[in-house]
Design a protein around this ligand. Structure first.
Ligand SMILES: [Zn+2]
Length: 309
């Protein structure tokens, strides 16, 4: 077979795979399963979807596999968390995909953080020199359902820009998602209302938006700084602080070693909870709604069990 013939066959196959008059499905890649879940809500079966980081992985530190480059090569849209969350692994993948559609600044590149409520934006000069992995504010903003709605609207706007003919399909899906989320949020806030101000320690600074929405007070972190592993001195400070303030709960993201949290738990009589901050963090958390259902149920059970205040 000569090369011209091969190309002709390939072209014919490509044409055959798209029905006449119809647009092909928008090929969406999300960097996390949280963004993937929201994209699916809006995009339904008019998109194909893949997420890169799994919910049980630390989204700051994902192993960049060659298969991710192949996914990006075929993508129409790449949705990212932004705020430098993916800075350690995503830029080379985007570059090596050589896909103009998803390069930073292209219509197919969507930074979902741009309209969201971002907490802890540092003042003044910020560097990553000290290892802080949150140099542009807290990137775990999806853990507030209010931000979930904002992300969904941004995804909707971008999908419509790229597939204007599909507006009538995407729009009711967006509206339905927002209204279900409004209902669920009322239920979640009511669940937590009796425990307003409850003090907790978390391993990483993942739960700032979550705490703001659901009335938790995060008193300290097992990490001395976001992305910096625990040190003996800092661990001692955490233990003393928990004893002084009678804090009984330590929340740990599933991808961190439990050795230090368990030691803190033993020293303080506190409960260590493995609490997934993402869709896919455990198999029960199959979508954005189940993320809050799971985490808030876990939290309420532990509060009741420990009598934490
Ligand atoms: Zn982080």
């Amino acid at each position: 077979m000569n090369i011209k013939f091969c190309l002709a066959v390939l072209a014919a196959l490509m044409i055959a795979s798209v029905p006449a008059g119809a647009q092909s499905k928008l090929n969406v890649i999300a960097t996390t399963e949280d963004l993937g879940s929201i994209a699916r809500e809006v995009g339904g079966d008019h998109i194909t979807l893949d997420s890169i980081a799994k919910g049980y992985q630390d989204p700051h530190f994902v192993e960049a596999k060659p298969s991710f480059i192949l996914k990006l090569q075929k993508a129409d849209v790449l949705i990212v968390i932004g705020r430098d969350l993916e800075i350690g692994w995503l830029p080379p993948l985007i570059q090596q995909s050589r896909n103009a559609k998803v390069q930073v600044g292209a219509d197919g590149y969507l930074d979902a953080s741009l309209q969201a409520r971002i907490l802890e934006i540092p003042q003044g000069q910020v560097t990553r020199a000290e290892g802080d992995v949150h140099p542009l504010g807290n990137p775990h903003y999806w853990l507030d359902p209010e931000n979930g709605k904002i992300i969904a609207r941004e995804i909707f706007d971008r999908f419509v820009k790229l597939r204007p003919n599909d507006r009538a399909y995407f729009e009711p899906r967006l509206n339905d998602f927002v209204s279900r989320l409004n209902e669920a949020e009322k239920r979640w806030v009511a669940m937590m209302a009796p425990y307003k101000g409850i003090k907790v320690v978390t391993y990483h600074r993942s739960y700032s938006n979550f705490a703001e929405r659901f009335g938790l007070t995060i008193a300290d972190f097992v990490e001395p700084k976001p992305g910096i592993p625990p040190t003996p001195q800092h661990t001692l400070d955490v233990i003393n602080g928990m004893k002084q303030s009678n804090i009984k709960l330590v929340l740990v993201e599933p991808y961190f070693d439990l050795k230090t949290p368990n030691a803190i738990g033993r020293q303080t009589g506190g409960e260590v909870l493995v609490m997934p901050p993402s869709v896919g963090g455990v198999k029960e958390i199959t979508d954005y709604f189940k993320l809050f259902d799971y985490d808030l149920n876990l939290l309420v059970e532990a509060i009741k069990k420990t009598g934490a205040k």
